[in-house]
Design a protein around this ligand. Sequence first.
Ligand code: SG4
Ligand code: ZN
Length: 263
Amino acid sequence: SACSSRFVLSQMHPMWQEPLEVPGGDRQSPIDISIRKSVFDPNLKPLVTRYDPRTCQQIWNNGYSFLVEYDDRTDKSTLHGGPLEDQFRLCQFHFHWGENNNWGSEHTVDRHLYPAELHLVHWNSDKYSLFEEAVMEDNGLAVIGVFMKVGRRHEGLQKLVDALPAVRHKDSVVEFTKFDPSCLLPQNTNEYWTYAGSLTTPPLTEAVTWIIMKQPIEVSHDQLAVFRSLLFTSAEEEVQKSMVNNFRVQQSLKDRTIRSSFN
Ligand code: SG4
Ligand code: ZN
C-alpha cells in the first residue's frame, strides 16, 4: 500500500549522492531559498490538509530515513489548495537531519541551515491511480517541507520518537497507528514558498511541487538525539553506522522562480 515504492530504496546507500546525477536535469532539489529573489504571488491560496489519523499504518527504517506510512488506497488523507490545482493523497512522511544541530535540512533559507527537515509526501490522485505512476510525471507529487529548529520539546512528535527504538536497524518495521500528521505542521501554514523540483533521492524524478513552510516547528535536542540513534545498517552488519546527514547536496536553481504566498 503506502507508496509501494520499496523497490526504489533497495538500490540505495547513504552515500549514493556523490556519483549520481540526472543528465540534463533542470529542476533538481533541494535548493537554497533566497528571500530577496523569491516572488510574492497574490494568487497563491491557503493550503488545505485533511488528514485522517486512521490511515496511519507503520514506521519503516528504509536504510536512509524512517518513514511513517499511510494507507493511500483511497482519498482519506489529502492535500489541495496552495499552488496545487489537483487533489493529492498522503502516502508517507519522513525526515532528513544532521549529526549535530548546525546542519541537517535539505533546503536552506538565505543559506541558513536547520538541524532537520520534515517531508510529507503526497501524489496526484486526480490524475493518477498509483504512486508509481505519479512519480514519473511532472505534476505527480507534492511534498510539504517543514523546517525543525531546536527549542522546546514537541509533544506531537514525542509519540513518534517513543516508537523509534523499535526501528533502530535498517529494514525494521513496526505498527504505528492513529498518528495525525497535521500536528507536525507549524501554526501558520499560510506562509510558504513553492517551486518546481525533484525527489532528493533516486529516482530523482522531476515530479515534485515543493511547498516549504516559512515557519519552522520547535523540537528538543533530546528528540533529535533519538533520530540520531537510528542506524543506516541492518542488524546483521558488523560495522554499525549512525543514521545522520541523510540529506542531498544542494542543486542549482537554474531557470526557476521561487514564489512566496506572503509579502
Ligand atoms: C527519503 O529517502 C524517503 O525515505 C523516500 O521514501 C523518499 O522517496 C525520498 O526520501 C525522497 O523524497 O521528499 N526527500 S523527498 O524528495 O518518496 C520517495 C521512499 O522511497 C520516492 C518510500
Ligand atoms: Zn525527503
